[in-house]
Structures are given as C-alpha cells and as structure tokens.
Design a protein around this ligand. Structure first.
Ligand code: CU
Length: 143
C-alpha cells in the first residue's frame, strides 16, 4: 500500500484535513488555488527532495517525520521563514521562534508541520535539517 493515495491520506491526518479545508473554503469566484505537496522524512532524507509549485501564488509545504526509529528532525529555512514569505505554520511539530520570526520546527517521528507561504515566481526556497549532524536538504522551486 505504500505510496498509494490511500496510504498518503491515512497517514496525513492533520495535513490532509488542513489541505481539504483550505481547498473547500476558497470562494468559488477566486482565481487562487493552493498548491502544495507532502514531503516525508525517512532514513535521514526528504522525499521528494525537490518540489515545484507555481510562482506568484500561495503554496503549502507539508513535512512529515516518518522515521521508524526515534530520530528527531528539524526544518530550517532562511527563505521560507522570511517575513513577506511565511504566512503560517501549523501542525504537531514544535515551532521555535527568534523574536517574532520562526527559526525552526522540530519534528519527532509521527509529527508533521504545515507551512503556508507565498511563493514568488522564479525563486527557490531551500530547507534543511542539520540537527545532530544530519545534512538534509530539500528545495521548493517555483515556475
Ligand atoms: Cu534530520
């Protein structure tokens, strides 16, 4: 079942709910559409490690820690968390702040974070996990 939509939905939990609410609560007249993708963390890497969203629009990045073992991960990103880009962070992970700015998100196995942001055209938004010597890199690209 792994990799099928059914599996993803059943594992998504909050993220699926949030995405569904976001999609269905959009006014029908709105030209906007929320694009996003679920990135999972397994065996010390992001899967997929690169996603693409349309530029100049709102986007959602969901990151889930699906490690089998007790491996803590973080999500850090200069570009995603900058003011004017980050809209909101929700989920079951622990969000840390530096002043008012999000500095990182900690994810224990089974936890997930939903990152809402405004994706500018022609930009890349790298995100990392460097906790405990990890050297994990993921990227959101816009078209
Ligand atoms: Cu990590």
């Amino acid at each position: 079942m792994k990799g099928t939509p059914t599996y993803v939905l059943s594992k998504c939990g909050l993220a699926a709910l949030v995405l569904a609410l976001a999609l269905f609560s959009l006014p029908s007249s709105s030209p906007a559409w929320i694009f996003g993708e679920v990135v999972t963390i397994e065996q010390l890497s992001f899967h997929p490690d690169s996603i693409k969203v349309p530029g100049d629009g709102f986007a959602v990045l969901v990151v889930q820690n699906r490690e089998d073992g007790p491996i803590l991960h973080e999500v850090i990103s200069q570009s995603l968390f900058e003011s004017g880009t980050l809209i909101q962070v929700m989920g079951t992970g622990k969000v840390e702040y530096s002043g008012k700015r999000v500095s990182r998100i900690l994810l224990y196995p089974g936890e997930e974070v939903v990152i809402w942001f405004y994706a500018e055209k022609g930009r890349t938004y790298p995100f990392q996990c460097n906790i405990n010597g990890h050297s994990m890199q993921g990227t959101v690209r816009t078209s």
